[in-house]
Design a protein around this ligand. Structure first.
Ligand code: GTP
Ligand code: NA
Ligand code: MG
Length: 294
């Protein structure tokens, strides 16, 4: 990429951790919303992507948060989460400690070389043991900054909002250190975050634009799915014409449901996209046959 065309882009921060440790609640407090309370069974089903304004040294900066489910069935989703992410926030409930999905989330972040910030959550609760959590984490190789290591571990209460400002400051500091850049003036590239087939609306996909700008009318290719983007909705459900670097948008107009985690790109023509999609479909058909034969 031409260095001169690069501009600073907002960080993409993924919130990961064991089920019910408070990931959605933390994001709810940050966004001043109440998603956790409205979720079926209190369990996050998909990945939510939200752009948030954060004050850093008196200046407003934006940051994109990805909420991920903590349930084991979502291992693959979390694995992807770490690949689109600039900073991984690992939420650990102080009354429950390090659990299998905590360890798994840490492993994913490490495998992707993504810096980790730990949020030691639920410190308002009786039985919350911050020191024990730090002990457990250092036992699996995450050394707290307070103990001379390099992993910031911020005690918070997502429920009461206690110390969340200092968690945000830490996240933005870690992100700033990475000097994140993108070129808003090229065609869009990024990752499919979520997708589904809606009974009335047809194929829906949430795309995270990681470079370039996605526009209404663009022809998008993601694996076996392709199509001309008929509409883009931002994280508040508002129609937008464009989506720049580090923006998640829901798009309409794809031919079929793309696989979450798949990369997408913009092509010049629908014919070219169809051709590429067919090649991709044929390649995976052959791969499936080969796997069956083996
Ligand atoms: P999954 O998406 O299902 O993995 O859960 P999650 O990590 O998003 O947790 P969620 O935000 O749904 O919170 C789980 C429960 O913990 C809810 O009942 C929250 O109200 C509660 N909770 C979250 N944060 C806190 C906190 O800081 N203090 C207390 N006391 N309860 C909290
Ligand atoms: Na939950
Ligand atoms: Mg959740």
């Amino acid at each position: 990429e031409d260095l001169e065309s690069l501009e600073t882009r907002p960080p993409v921060v993924t919130i990961m951790g064991h089920v019910d440790h408070g990931k959605t609640s933390l994001l709810d407090f940050i966004r001043k919303s109440k998603v956790a309370a409205s979720e079926a069974g209190g369990i996050t089903q998909g990945i939510g992507a939200y752009k948030v304004s954060v004050m850093v040294d008196g200046a407003k900066q934006s940051c994109v948060f990805l909420d991920t489910p903590g349930h084991e069935a979502f291992t693959a989703m979390r694995a992807r989460g770490a690949q689109v992410t600039d900073v991984a926030v690992i939420v650990v409930a102080a009354d429950d400690g390090v659990k299998p999905q905590t360890q798994e989330a840490i492993a994913h972040a490490r495998a992707a070389s993504v810096p980790i910030v730990v949020a030691i959550n639920k410190i308002d609760k009786e039985g919350a043991e911050r020191e024990r959590v730090m002990q457990e984490l250092s036992g699996i190789g995450l050394m707290p900054e307070d103990w001379g290591g390099d992993v910031p571990m911020i005690p918070v209460s997502a429920l009461k909002g206690e110390n969340v400002d200092s968690l945000l400051e830490t996240i933005m500091l870690v992100a700033e250190f990475q000097e994140l850049k993108a070129n808003p003036n090229r065609s869009a590239k990024g990752t499919v975050i979520e997708s589904c087939l809606d009974k009335t609306k047809g194929v829906l996909a949430t795309l995270l634009v990681q470079n370039g700008t996605l526009r209404k009318g663009d022809v998008v290719l993601c694996g076996e799915a392709y199509g001309k983007i008929r509409a883009l909705l931002d994280d508040t459900g508002t129609r937008v014409e464009t989506a720049g670097p580090s923006t998640a948008v829901q798009v309409f107009g794809l031919s079929s449901v793309p696989i979450a985690g798949e990369m997408f790109e913009v092509l010049d023509s629908l014919e070219a996209a169809r051709e590429q999609a067919e090649i991709c479909a044929e390649t995976s058909r052959l791969a499936r046959l080969a796997a069956q034969a083996a």
